[in-house]
Design a protein around this ligand. Structure first.
Ligand code: MTE
Ligand code: MO
Length: 526
């Protein structure tokens, strides 16, 4: 059989692998095809002059903040270039298969690993990001070994037997036929899947399009300069939607069509109610700055963010349905089946700040953050309050209901604990000796932060300067400058609320109701 059969086998198996990866990417995510994702990663890491040249060559579309080469040109270009590169790798892998079984597998796994790393670099670490690549590589490996089967048998069947020549030739013909059928069927199948792949996940894409075209009466808000400390390295005061932590049990976030969405408000109420999206938003939107955090956030962790949320106050809706006496909780249910049990009190409180949010930082809620509607209750951890893709609110009693997280080992109640965090200096950093800037963030939603104190190298607590805040539900930035000799140092931080509650030194685990302890950072001055 021809030597050319090996690279052909490599190519065909690669096409099937990439088609599977593409189809899964389309079905599971809102991302472009895997080539473009990897290309975007490479482009974002490329030296400035390459980016500039590409931008110049393609012409650009002025988006105001930055100049982005026209996507219509770039996507096919990156896809074609990446395909050529990938095809070359596939040919090489096919040639490797002639020599051994493990060399191609190693190369394939290597390509997969690079792909996963690039995607993590682009979109952050998440299972859903890795799934299409891993599945694609697995397919590539299996298909390659299947397609080269007849070729290997051919190699193994060397001359030297005393069989009649016609018999040997007949068997060779059979193997050739076998190979041709296998490559043709899989090659055509792979090409078909690649072309059809774009149709998978159509619903998700349609939902996102509707979302982006939604015209809600909301506006983005800039945080005031007075809310920020002027220390490089401190987290942005307003967390951009793309950087906002994502925490949910669903592997693929539910794609909810607005036209199909309904909210039920029922249970211990006088008048149960069912609302469409329009009926909900017609009831009037309010907006507020609020810090959301997770019970899973470790001391010093970053499962926390602050956004300008827009939505319908929950107390209005509960007043409309009329809560019956005896109720003390609300069971919220998501489209994905997730539930949480929330105390009734902050929901009926006109000053409680609880809302059914439809907007986040002036945009319709991103799908990952619960589009079309999610709950925000200032002062409570997400697992007992912040139900995403909300579809049902059942007024109930704690004794009668249970939320998802309780079954997973978390306490029934989830008030956010007083927390403070050092962001500058970064752990392990080396900074200039002399006056050293120390800064970070603290939060105690509802109560608000009255003071943040820092102790260096086990010394006395020093009061830091607090920036201003728009309200007590948002985090506060703090800063202090301390004179430090060259050498190793450790800074620790604690916060005190307006109610006089001090952040405790007692170290506890995340389970059952949130980690405690002081955040410490070790750094060096030179
Ligand atoms: N449907 C659904 N809603 C959910 C969750 C979930 O797993 N499913 N996780 C909750 C938890 S534990 C937190 S901390 C917040 C996180 O909200 P975010 O992803 O917008 O940051 O969502 C809450 N709402
Ligand atoms: Mo959470």
């Amino acid at each position: 059989m021809q030597r050319a059969a090996w690279p052909v086998a490599g190519l065909v198996s690669g096409v099937v692998g990439i088609a599977v990866s593409h189809a899964l990417t389309m079905a599971l995510t809102l991302r472009p095809n895997p080539f473009v994702s990897v290309g975007e990663f490479a482009a974002s890491r490329a030296p400035g002059w390459i980016q500039d040249t590409v931008t110049k060559l393609l012409g650009n579309r002025d988006t105001g903040a930055s100049e982005v080469p026209a996507a219509e040109v770039l996507e096919p270009l990156i896809t074609s270039l990446a395909f050529i590169g990938f095809a070359a790798v596939c040919v090489f892998v096919g040639l490797l298969a002639r020599r051994s079984w493990w060399q191609p597998v190693l190369a394939q796994a290597g390509v997969g690993l690079l792909g996963v790393l690039a995607l993590f670099g682009n979109y952050g670490f998440a299972v859903v990001t890795a799934v299409p690549v891993v599945a694609g590589v697995a397919t590539w490996i299996v298909v390659l070994s299947f397609v080269v089967g007849p070729l290997q048998r051919h190699l193994a069947a060397g001359p030297g037997t005393d069989e009649p020549l016609e018999k040997v030739a007949a068997r060779a013909r059979l193997r050739r036929r076998d190979f041709v059928i296998r490559t043709a069927v899989l090659g055509l199948g792979g090409a078909w899947l690649w072309l059809q792949g774009g149709r998978f996940g159509k619903r998700l894409r349609h939902v996102d399009e509707t979302r982006r075209l939604l015209n809600l009466p909301i506006r983005a808000r800039e945080p005031k300069p007075a809310w920020k400390v002027d220390v490089p390295g401190v987290e942005p005061w307003r967390t951009p939607n793309e950087d906002f932590f994502v925490q949910h049990t669903a592997i693929v976030p539910p794609a909810v069509e607005l036209s199909e969405w309904r909210l039920q408000i029922h249970g211990l109420v006088e008048q149960p109610m069912e609302l469409t999206y329009q009926e909900l938003t017609e009831r009037g939107l309010v907006s507020a700055w609020s810090t959301l955090t997770s019970v899973l956030n470790p001391v010093g962790g970053d499962l926390v963010g602050t956004a300008w949320w827009s939505g319908v106050p929950v107390h209005r809706l509960l007043a409309e349905v009329g809560v019956l006496p005896g109720a003390d909780a609300v069971l919220q249910t998501s489209v994905d089946g997730w539930t949480c049990l929330t105390p009734l009190e902050p929901l009926v409180d006109k000053q409680g700040g609880a809302m059914l949010a439809v907007g986040m930082n002036g945009e319709p809620l991103p799908i990952d953050h619960g589009y079309p509607v999610r709950t925000i209750v200032p002062g409570l951890y997400g697992h007992v309050s912040a139900c995403k893709w909300l579809t049902s609110i059942e007024v109930t009693r704690y004794v009668d209901a249970e939320g998802e997280s309780t079954r997973r080992g978390f306490a029934v109640e989830g008030p956010v604990k007083v927390t403070s965090r050092i962001e500058v200096p970064a752990p392990g950093a080396t900074v200039d000796a002399g006056m050293v800037a120390c800064a970070g963030t603290a939060w105690a939603p509802r109560a608000g932060i009255a003071a943040v104190q820092v102790a260096i190298d086990g010394g006395p607590w020093l009061d830091t300067r607090l920036a201003e805040v728009p309200n007590n539900d948002s985090w506060v930035q703090w800063e202090i400058s301390v004179e430090l000799e060259p050498g190793p140092h450790v800074a620790r931080v604690r916060a005190i609320t307006h109610l006089g509650e001090e952040q405790t030194a007692v170290v506890t685990d995340i389970r059952p109701d949130g980690a405690t302890g002081w955040h410490e950072v070790e750094f060096e001055t030179a």
